[in-house]
Design a protein around this ligand. Sequence first.
Ligand code: ADP
Ligand code: MG
Length: 642
Amino acid sequence: MSIALPTKRNPIRALPISVINRIAAGEVIERPASVVKELLENSVDAGATKIEIAIENGGIDLIRICDNGCGIPRDELMLAVTSHATSKITDADELFRVGTFGFRGEALASIAEISQFTMRSRIEAADCGYELIVNGGIAEEIDVCGMPAGTIIEIRHLFYNTPVRRKFMRTAQTERGHVAEAFTRVALANPDIHWTLVHNGQIQYDLPPVDDWTQRISDFFGVEIAAGLIPIENSAEEVHLSGYVVDPAVNRANNRLQYLFLNGRYIRDRSLQHALSESYRGLLMTGRYPIVFLKMQMPPQLVDVNVHPAKLEVRFRDGGKLYSQLLGSIRNKFLSTDLTAKAGLNPPERLIQSPERRGLEDSGRPTGNDRPFQLQTPDSRSQERLAFPHLPPARDWTQAPSPHFQPGGPGTIPEFQPFPSFGNPAAPQSDSGKPISVDHVDHGQVRPPDRGARPLALQVHNTYLISETEEGMVVIDQHALHERIIYEQLREKVLGKKLESQKLLVPEPVTLPPADAGIVLEHAELLQQLGIEIEPFGGDTVLVSAYPAMLANQNPAEMLRSIVDLLMDEGRQVDQRDLVDALLHMISCKAAVKAGDRLTPEEIGELLEYRNYCQDSHHCPHGRPTALLFSREELDKRFKRI
Ligand code: ADP
Ligand code: MG
């Protein structure tokens, strides 16, 4: 079948202004957060020292920004919403040395085309302000209004006249997350400005100006990240690099916490992200990403910011040099930093509190806090690793149920022990030829076996278990096997809807990066299938109110964060079953003993025992083998016995 060609040629016409604006809007304004970004940047360009932004319903219903910047005189108000009209450049040469965020003069025109737009502005010298209303690109008469010097812009019903775009908007929660992220990027880069973000009448952030950038980082990302900041400072010719990288012990499953600012502008750059990964090479597990906050300052001629409509990507004149500078500075810094000591000696006080203490303290809304809505729960991820970055503590599988758990109803006991312990680990008996005894390796020393019991598994390098079987000898990867066992148990329970979830005695508040809270709440139902119940708690905090009994030994906050990371990466998958499966894999991987964990004889005994019950004991959920078998015959051959 061929495509019909037009029989008649249409004449070329210049497009009407409204169409031009709509096309521009299509490029620059993807969602409410894009509007927020443009408005915040305009206010910074206007020299404001106080910028307040309020949104309703994720910005879908209303975005309102108020600044104390230079304002716009009456006779320029109309120009401000006219496309390709700007006060920031005058000729093409200036394109290559722009010092402002804006210069295209398209943002306000595009936004006013696809919303109900009101702008009020007053310059210092004027007696009053002036108001301009534009509805779907159609401007009304300018009116006077009373207001202090500065600019107030209100955008209602974004995309009301572009239904296709409106359909692409996600839930208010998700849009709110994107707005918070846009806010974070601009507010982080400008700590000398007083920033406020309000959502549905609730203050999410109220951040007075600070001299110390670490304070602003802490405001957004919490104490654990702030405590791990390692300063970086380096100048090479005209390029100045400054800011912080985070101790490798604190890391993430994606690169979203890599904040790079070029001349004050947040950017994403693949090559520089690669340089970051390279600089952490050997310090992070595969699949983990460093966290960084870095400012690059260079003469504007050395970079072209006019390559991306939202200016998120830029083109460097000498990208290779910048790559080397970034990599070299961080590497050098690590060489001169004792990372182990830094992470281990002085964890901030709150991080070493016991879980129940934390739970109690964080259970109510914070008091005595001058920023009441910035709930910052310490990120308890790697609490253990912070204390002993390279030596996870031995696990006590038989420990009492976590203090997070309420005793269940009468007669119920929390079900979880990663696998039920043997009543008497020293004397399990079996006549089936299956492993009948536990090993006798303890703290690296072989204990004399109990009379009659043979050591059937030996832990080597705290990673592998070597055991005798009927056919020969098996070498087991302890993590891979444990992961498989947990995965199968969890999957069976989830599919059979038998996963026991327990209400937490003290719901655990978890503060997430700005964009994430929305994503998690959107997946609340899915998480419920996995026994994890969450509820909104205001701001970027969610409350974990119930948690699978089986995972009692796992910190709910840490688990939730890992789930978010996975949802952000895989959440777009259409097939729910795949997503559930991916979550189960991730959860089992986290809950399993790690390579390097020393196991007690009881634990080794349990692993071997449960190996027999696995449907597929030969592969971990990721498909790696859990065990290698050496047959008796093969051993005999190799040793030239036969
Ligand atoms: P650009 O920022 O690329 O110039 P915009 O459409 O975003 O284009 O803004 C158009 C013009 O309106 C700007 O050049 C600036 O002069 C003026 N303007 C916009 N927002 C503000 C503000 N908050 N305070 C003062 N002037 C503003
Ligand atoms: Mg602008």
